[in-house]
Design a protein around this ligand. Structure first.
Ligand SMILES: [Zn+2]
Length: 293
């Protein structure tokens, strides 16, 4: 696939960067629409619907393209790029963006907590919330396993609350099944493969092999849901007397929030009990919707 190497709005003629008339009109339009209060998404949709070419015959615009455009200072002109956007227009767009992101940054402490303890349901790495400007939030795996889920804050928080509520109503849900099936994580598999590779070497370095075996044992231990009976009993006792769920309660009893690719949310309590939310359907609907865009 060919990729665009010249900044949108410009073309190179005789080794010089000059304004591309049609494209520069699009750039101006994008800035003025954004300053009027249109969202990145709606501008992208509009350009796509109007079949405005981004590059060659490519007409697919997305909010990232628009976002990069309104953030690009080159449009104000410099020694290489002629000016398309006045600095006052550029600054208006910048101010609009700050205004929008301020609005977005008002999270409840509960959502903040979820941000701290969310992990990817596929590989166990931290799940990170990508800032968007719409109502839905995109969550992405921090290791490149390409998992991403759209869940809005309210649904995520509701799922965690409802899991907690279920446990408060029925503390026995916290009983961790002692002989739950052993499921090696990706880390375990990786360590095992590394050990096999080392053992197949013609010359064995015992200190390296020993280190690998120890590391393997550690990751296997980490991935086991061992039954912590005492902690479970204590937790059941305490949690049954909770009368109001707030940030403090969540922080005290919840160890991890696992977000699965399909949008299912699993709450892991401090004794490793896992409670799955009944609202997974909700989240995946959001996901489907976003895929259609
Ligand atoms: Zn992952």
């Amino acid at each position: 696939m060919a990729i665009r190497t010249t900044l949108y709005g410009y073309q190179v003629k005789n080794g010089k960067t000059v304004i591309h008339i049609e494209e520069s009109e699009v750039v101006k339009k994008v800035f003025s629409l954004y300053v009027e209060g249109k969202t990145l998404n709606s501008i992208a949709t509009m350009l796509t619907e109007e079949k405005v070419a981004y590059f060659q015959d490519e007409v697919k615009w997305n909010k990232n393209t628009i976002n990069r455009m309104i953030e690009n200072e080159k449009y104000m002109g410099n020694e290489i790029y002629p000016m398309i956007i006045s600095s006052s227009m550029f600054n208006q767009a910048k101010a609009m963006k700050e205004k929008k992101s301020c609005k977005q940054e008002t999270h409840t402490p509960e959502v903040e907590l979820v941000r701290e303890i969310a992990v990817c349901g596929k590989c166990g790495s931290r799940f990170k919330r990508v800032n968007t400007w719409g109502a839905r939030e995109k969550w992405m795996c921090s290791k490149g396993c390409k998992c991403s889920v759209y869940i809005d804050d309210a649904i995520l928080e509701d799922a965690v609350r409802s899991n907690l509520n279920r446990v408060i109503e029925n503390p026995d849900l916290l009983n961790v099944v002692a002989d739950s099936q052993y499921m090696p994580t990706i880390d375990v598999t990786k360590e095992e493969n590394e050990l096999i590779r080392l053992l197949e070497q013609p010359k064995l370095d015992f200190s390296v092999v020993a280190k690998c075996i120890l590391q393997g044992a550690k990751v296997r231990f980490d991935c086991c849901d061992y039954d912590n009976g005492e902690l479970t009993e204590e937790l059941k006792d305490e949690i049954s007397s909770v009368d109001k769920i707030d940030y403090k309660i969540m922080k005290e009893y919840i160890k991890q929030i696992i977000i699965q690719p399909a949008g299912r949310i699993i709450t892991v309590f401090i004794n490793n009990a896992k409670i799955t939310n009944g609202e997974a359907e909700n989240a995946s609907q959001f996901r489907k919707k976003s895929n259609e865009n």
